[in-house]
Design a protein around this ligand. Structure first.
Ligand SMILES: *[C@@H]1O[C@H](CO)[C@@H](O)[C@H](O)[C@H]1NC(C)=O
Ligand SMILES: *[C@@H]1O[C@H](CO)[C@@H](O)[C@H](O)[C@H]1NC(C)=O
Ligand SMILES: *[C@@H]1O[C@H](CO)[C@@H](O)[C@H](O)[C@H]1NC(C)=O
Ligand SMILES: *[C@@H]1O[C@H](CO)[C@@H](O)[C@H](O)[C@H]1NC(C)=O
Ligand SMILES: *[C@@H]1O[C@H](CO)[C@@H](O)[C@H](O)[C@H]1NC(C)=O
Ligand SMILES: [Zn+2]
Length: 498
């Protein structure tokens, strides 16, 4: 008995010792393993505090009132917390201009992106969306929010935002990209975009961004083709709303939707949309002789990514080649180059930089007054300004920005502008919808809803806000200490926050 119990005691002691060694070994392993790595596989059991993080989603050309013509239950649900009834785009209300203005907090004159198509005479450089030149950091002034964020040790993850795949200086010594980003590719499905966001969201804390973006273009595509609140636009809105639902369910599953530690989510748009028709087109070469070589031959190797721009650029491969060779033979016979010169050939009275509701015109040397007067005399459905006289509410006269040209033509809502040759060849391109008009038309106003712990919780509806205040809103959520100089005003957004 006694001997028996002694052996049993020893057995117990040995087993206990083995268990202790095992426990010590395990705890040593636990101590030396990064505890955050553990969370990646089990984010639901241990929700992360994301209350100072934000996902900014842009639905291109989602007009301020689209919730009234679509079903969109998910976006309507979000509008119960924060709803800005009109998010005012910058002037002009173009996609690149607006996205870059909101993410830098700067009026376009200071953000550098004053149009979707630009010409810098001092440097003889042309900017057009989708061209290699648009990836030149030279064009992008100011500091996009992701750089400000990263300067303070945070990380950013962008599944598309204008310029998020461009190296930009901001206040840094060298061109900087978001920590994680994808190059713009409209063929990446909306599901894959959102799943990419979830992948970043599940990274261990030390590698996880506090700032994310998503971008959806279909509502803009359908708006251009069929006009605002058309059946096709409504379908596109409900389709995107469905993807917002997919996103919300994914956040819910991770304990991050409408919870104290949840993620802040903003859905906004860059501008609205208005109906256009081929009966309302200004053919500017009926009034002045123009050179459009800056437009026609834009070298837009990625135009398929931006099909809605066809009327801004009048792009057509064959046309462009023909035109180039025509111009070349002309210039040879006169012994001077005609393309992209600082001042256009005297054969023309003016160069047109872009065909857009806000059109930039460079009068030929010595013809400034005559061109201006002719356009003013002819104007019916447009207003012509010398750069310095553009109404100050548009903040578009800064003499420090040479990309804003000496003459600015602002056309009335619903009108289009073209040259006669293009119009006669493709009249139906002018039926549908467009934006890019002055930013004080209601139809140009964008959309804003938000949800999350950083915001006031009860119904908060604001009548309107300029979209360059988005930079302030992001700053406030993540607690940015040292924002870049910008045109926003913190007090304009205070009522949105707790
Ligand atoms: C917010 O207001 C809308 C309409 O005014 C209402 O339907 C909704 O229930 C309200 N939500 C909350 C949380 O008060
Ligand atoms: C401007 O650049 C184009 C090519 O990008 C070139 O053909 C042209 O000669 C340049 N013009 C001047 C004035 O430098
Ligand atoms: C503009 O109209 C005025 C008044 O009709 C006329 O005197 C002037 O010559 C016109 N200017 C041009 C450049 O056509
Ligand atoms: C546009 O011009 C036509 C004349 O061509 C005029 O009847 C109409 O009132 C103008 N529309 C606006 C909005 O100014
Ligand atoms: C916008 O902000 C920039 C940078 O701070 C500043 O230089 C510019 O004067 C501001 N523009 C206006 C209209 O306030
Ligand atoms: Zn568009």
């Amino acid at each position: 008995m006694l001997g028996n119990s002694k052996t049993r005691t020893w057995k117990v002691i040995i087993i206990l010792a083995l268990v202790c060694m095992l426990l010590i070994a395990t705890s040593v392993i636990l101590v030396f393993q990064n505890p955050e790595e553990e969370q990646t596989t089990n984010i639901i059991q241990e929700p992360n505090d994301m209350s100072k993080s934000v996902l900014l989603i842009s639905i291109d050309a989602f007009r301020h009132d689209y919730l009234e013509c679509a079903v969109a239950p998910n976006l309507k649900g979000m509008s119960d917390q924060i709803h800005i009834q009109k998010l005012i785009p910058p002037f002009p209300s173009k996609t690149f201009v607006s996205h870059y203005s909101q993410i830098t907090g700067l009026y376009p004159a200071w953000s550098g992106i004053v149009a979707n198509k630009m010409y810098d005479a001092d440097h003889n450089k042309t900017f057009s969306i989708g061209s290699a030149s648009s990836y030149d950091s030279f064009w992008w002034w100011g500091e996009p929010f992701w750089i400000s964020n990263q300067r303070e040790g945070h990380l950013s993850g962008t599944v598309f935002w204008v310029a998020s795949d461009v190296g930009i200086y901001g206040r840094n010594e060298s061109p900087t990209y978001p920590t994680y980003y994808l190059s713009y590719d409209r063929d990446i499905t909306y599901k894959d975009r959102i799943d990419q966001f979830f992948e970043w969201l599940e990274l261990p804390k030390s590698k996880r961004p506090n700032f994310y973006t998503l971008y959806f273009e279909t509502v803009d595509d359908m708006g251009h083709k069929y006009g605002p609140c058309s059946e096709e636009v409504i379908e596109a809105v409900d389709n995107v709303d469905g993807w917002i639902g997919y996103l919300i369910r994914g956040l819910e599953a991770r304990g991050l939707w409408k919870t104290e530690n949840g993620l802040n989510v903003i859905v906004d748009s860059d501008h609205g949309m208005t109906k256009t028709s081929k009966d309302k087109v200004i053919l500017i070469d009926d009034y002045i002789q123009i050179d459009t070589s800056l437009i026609h031959c834009a070298h837009m190797e990625h135009l398929h990514l931006y099909p809605s721009l066809k009327n801004d650029f009048h792009y057509n491969d064959l046309e462009c080649q023909e035109r180039n060779s025509r111009l070349l033979s002309k210039s040879n016979s006169r012994g001077r180059a005609n393309l992209n010169q600082n001042s256009p050939s005297q054969e023309y009275e003016a160069q047109v930089v872009n065909f857009s509701p806000v059109t930039q015109i460079i009068p030929a040397e010595g013809q400034e007054d005559q061109v201006f007067e002719k356009l003013v005399n002819a104007s019916q459905n447009w207003t012509v300004y010398k750069k310095e006289d553009v109404p100050s509410k548009y903040h578009y006269s800064w003499e420090g920005n040479d990309r804003i040209k000496p003459i600015i033509v602002i056309i009335d809502l619903g009108w289009s502008i073209s040259d006669r040759a293009y119009y006669e060849k493709y009249p139906d391109n002018f039926n549908g919808g467009n934006h890019g008009y002055a930013n004080d038309y209601d139809d140009m106003a964008g959309f804003f809803v938000a949800s999350g712990p950083a915001f006031v919780q009860e119904n908060n509806s604001i009548e309107k806000l300029e979209n360059l205040e988005i930079y302030q809103i992001l700053q406030k959520i993540v607690g940015l200490q040292n924002p870049a100089p910008n045109n926003g005003t913190m007090k304009n957004i205070e009522s949105l926050f707790k």
